[in-house]
Design a protein around this ligand. Sequence first.
Ligand code: NAI
Length: 334
Amino acid sequence: MKVLVFSAKPYDRQFLSAASEAQGGVEFHYLEVPLRADTRHLVSGYDAVCAFVNDCIDALVLQALAEAGIRLIAMRCAGYNNIDLKEAARLGITIMRVPAYSPHAVAEHAVALMLALNRKIHRAYNRVREGNFLLNGLLGFDMYQRTVGIVGTGRIGEALSRIMLGFGCRVIAHDVYQNPACLEMGVEYVDLDTLLAQSDIISLHCPLTPETRYLVNAQSVTKMKRGVMIINTGRGALIDTQAVIDALKSGQIGYLGLDVYEQEDGLFFEDLSCEVIQDDMFERLMTFHNVIITGHQGFFTHEALENIAHTTVGNIRCYFGGTPQCENVVRLPS
Ligand code: NAI
């Protein structure tokens, strides 16, 4: 099967090629450009495409794919909020994904952001390199016995709960379903307002849906503890960035750790170090000493990339092997 891989970075080639060699049956061809309206015509002659989080798979792109005879999009990620699922279903295009590859990778990255913000590692690193060993301004707090609020206790939220309980934190959570493993380990489920009011640290691990879009907004930040820490490794639009900037300016939000950003498409995964970044909201965020942003690297561990590649090849083989109804097919929400 010939599969065209969009948004391909060197590490994608490395891990996907190794997986296809090990499992056989899939021939990957790689393109650095993303899949979107102006690259949609590149798909002819392929049996399937493989896409990633910031590819723009809207109705126009899907129609071009269908015309070229493509019936499978193999996403090499968990999320699929960048796909027009209704249009894909109408056109008979199957979407497959990698629902779980390493929840630990993302959970551990959330903890890295928490600790760096709390103990001001980013500032200490620069100071020490310049021979400044003053501690003024670097005061942190014990995580022990603090309350951590986790929104979304699926695979990643569960892994994070386990880590935070290990720190001796009280872990409260909000989800539309209660995860039995979380209940068993001592996580307390509360409604969203209670979570906002009681948490010292709030970490977002739910998918981006119409219900969760702008879950952190001008109104919800007023319900939080003054000086709260917010961590978002979920999806950028879970947060209304302008509202968060206002709350950082007033001190209502005391710390912000982001691995995702609502306008990350066109910024993240690119080297823009010789260009002037035009996104003023992003640049304003970068001026705060109590904000740390990483460029969507939560998933980026050796183990996760190996699992992603292995499952992606498995998904493609499963589809073309005549069993497309495998568990990794994305279904239209009812
Ligand atoms: P999951 O599907 O295992 O868990 C998501 C949880 O969110 C479920 O328990 C679900 O019931 C809950 N949820 C759904 N709607 C909700 C709502 N309105 N309020 C509260 N909870 C709600 O997903 P997983 O694997 O834990 O991933 C979570 C999210 O993390 C993904 O959707 C994706 O957006 C993001 N992600 C980020 C990565 C990164 O590199 N930064 C990598 C992988 C995932």
